[in-house]
Design a protein around this ligand. Sequence first.
Ligand SMILES: [Zn+2]
Length: 196
Amino acid sequence: MGEDGVGSIYFQGTDPIENRQVGGGQFIQLKDQEKVIVFFVTPMEKLVSVYEHFWQDPGSEESGKSYTCIREGCPMCQAGNKPRYVTMAVVYNIEEKKVQVLKMGIKFWKNQVEAFKAYGSANDRPYQIKRTGEGFNTSYHTISLEKSEMPKIEGEVPDLMELIKALSREELAAIVGGSRDNSGGGSQGNNELAPY
Ligand SMILES: [Zn+2]
């Protein structure tokens, strides 16, 4: 699992292979009833999809983090954590005048891609995205707004491929092993995991 594997995981529809932990305030996070107006900066053929684990160390107060699933021999999969298929795009948050990353599940993107295709572009108008509900009842409603020029982007545009870069199997195993050690026992048997 070299760093080189990363090039093979992007473009919508391909099975992502490698990835790494992502986090921080650059991701758009909406609460129930919250909405945001964004301009998609990433062209539709450059959307990036990966399998991603959300891993929370049970022995820690810290909130969990996302890690790219490395698929083959993935320690998090082996520990019973199911990866989620997510797709990301760089967006420009119009109200906050800020470049951010929008990461959403397949349901959101099915509709979104349909809109992009109907317009022939992902980048010719802003969209309002609103969240309703929480947990498993969360849904997102998107409205296409009037066609307009992409606003002048202030701030650096993040490299999605860099964001999803995978940790090595060893690093993932260390995180899984660390969680197990801190949990005070009682977690499901993942003894088959090699310590390296
Ligand atoms: Zn995995």
